[in-house]
Write a protein that binds this ligand. Structure first.
Ligand code: UDP
Length: 386
């Protein structure tokens, strides 16, 4: 075991908690601070005071992964309950199955095609540009053709990202499967679940170690120079540098909460793909906990609105348009010249990370720091490839 170091971790979300735990388990002293009054960052869950339903306060979070190591890790910190995410989509007054699957295609075209027939049919609709698809729009048109693209992707994406899909990277659409079967599981990973007592309890368990001291409602800016051996910063990369090169683009979300008789919409998430409906989706939280659902006669729903994040807003999604990427490279260069700080997590590396990827990357950061501490050298600035 190497000499004990004192490390400041800024941010008590998944990334901060996983790094803190890895360091504390090897005998280092870790202070974790968060400016909010709760842990777990944007996967924070709490019981709705009026209905008792466990609410995903910052929007739907479903744990899904193919990474057995990450799955083992999270299962050591909570009881993962079986959960299969199913999403419906409203388009032009009708409800369809999501992600686009054989049922969606047959519903939309009023057909009864077999898997092979549907695959041939959709291949015939596909619009191919001369080059490999770069943008979300090119990817969508190539994948499903114009009619399905305009119905299911174009309007939702304009609302979610606030720009034309022709300016967005194709990678965003690659998150969604297209299936020529009736499988409507939103994800295609081997492991999927939701913690019985919510994500906040899981993160509390990760942070529960004698080597970790947690300070909530404490921001890094107000802390002053702390004399720590190293800092792990999981806040926004541009914020750390006082936005001195300009602001990276983020989308923020606003939720409109309403208590309604249970059940309300009959599923956890209903997407609203039409551009003239101002919200992107409605989440009915009790469906995230099917093991508790029988107990509720009132239900809580959140209507979700997406907007560009201003100075005082919580950043949710990194936008990653071309301009952002150029600016990001300049911030990454600054980060590399700041070896006393490791930047990590969704905001620290300006990446659209699912929870499992956030955990895996945080484990990598932990290993990197432990190796540097053991070698008695300052950790090289560690910034994940962007
Ligand atoms: N998307 C869409 N229509 C839908 C659902 C998703 O066009 O009904 C697009 C949209 O651009 C979104 C992206 O696919 O940002 C990824 O969707 P996902 O459900 O993974 O988004 P998240 O739950 O992370 O917000």
């Amino acid at each position: 075991m190497s000499k004990s170091r004192s490390v400041l971790v800024v941010g008590a979300g998944l990334t901060g908690a996983v790094v803190a735990r890895a360091l504390a388990e090897q005998g280092h002293r870790v202070r974790v601070i968060d400016e909010r009054d709760h842990i777990a960052g944007n996967c924070h869950t709490r019981r709705d005071p009026e209905t008792g339903v466990m609410v995903h306060v910052y929007g739907p979070h479903i744990f899904h992964t193919d990474d057995a190591g990450v799955w083992d890790f999270i299962n050591r910190h909570c009881e993962m309950m079986p959960y299969r995410h199913q999403v419906k989509a409203k388009v032009g007054g009708a409800v369809y199955s999501m992600p686009v699957n054989l049922h969606t295609i047959n519903q939309f075209f009023g057909t009864a095609m077999s898997p092979h027939e549907a695959e041939r049919f959709v291949a015939g609709l596909a619009e191919h540009g001369p080059d490999a698809p770069h943008s979300f729009e090119e990817q969508g048109l190539r994948l499903v053709g114009r009619a399905l693209y305009e119905a299911f992707f174009q309007g939702y994406t304009r609302k979610q990202w606030g720009v034309e899909p022709s300016r967005l990277p194709a990678a965003i659409l690659k998150r969604l499967p297209l299936r020529f079967t009736y499988d409507d599981n939103y994800f295609f990973h081997r492991f999927q679940g939701i913690p019985r007592e919510g994500y906040t309890a899981a993160v509390a368990s990760i942070l529960d170690h004698p080597g970790i001291a947690l300070h909530l409602a404490t921001s890094a800016e107000n802390l002053g120079a702390g004399g720590d051996d190293h800092t792990v910063y999981t806040g926004a990369l541009d914020r750390y540098f006082g936005h001195r090169l300009g602001r990276l683009g983020y989308r923020t979300l606003r939720f409109e909460r309403e208590v309604v008789p249970a059940p309300h919409q009959g599923t956890a998430v209903m997407n609203y793909c039409d551009v003239d409906v101002p919200y992107t989706r409605i989440t009915e939280h009790m469906y995230f906990a099917p093991w508790e659902m029988a107990g509720f006669d009132r239900s809580v729903i959140y209507r979700e609105y997406s907007a560009s994040a201003g100075a005082g807003d919580i950043p949710y999604y990194p936008v990653r348009l071309l301009d952002d990427k150029a600016l990001l490279q300049r911030y990454v260069a600054l980060a590399r010249q700041t070896p006393a700080v490791t930047f990590a997590g969704r905001l620290g590396s300006y990446a659209y990370l699912d929870m499992d990827v956030a955990i895996r990357r945080a484990m990598d950061v932990g290993s990197h720091l432990l190796a540097a501490f053991a070698a008695e050298c300052a950790p090289e600035a560690f910034v994940h490839p962007v």
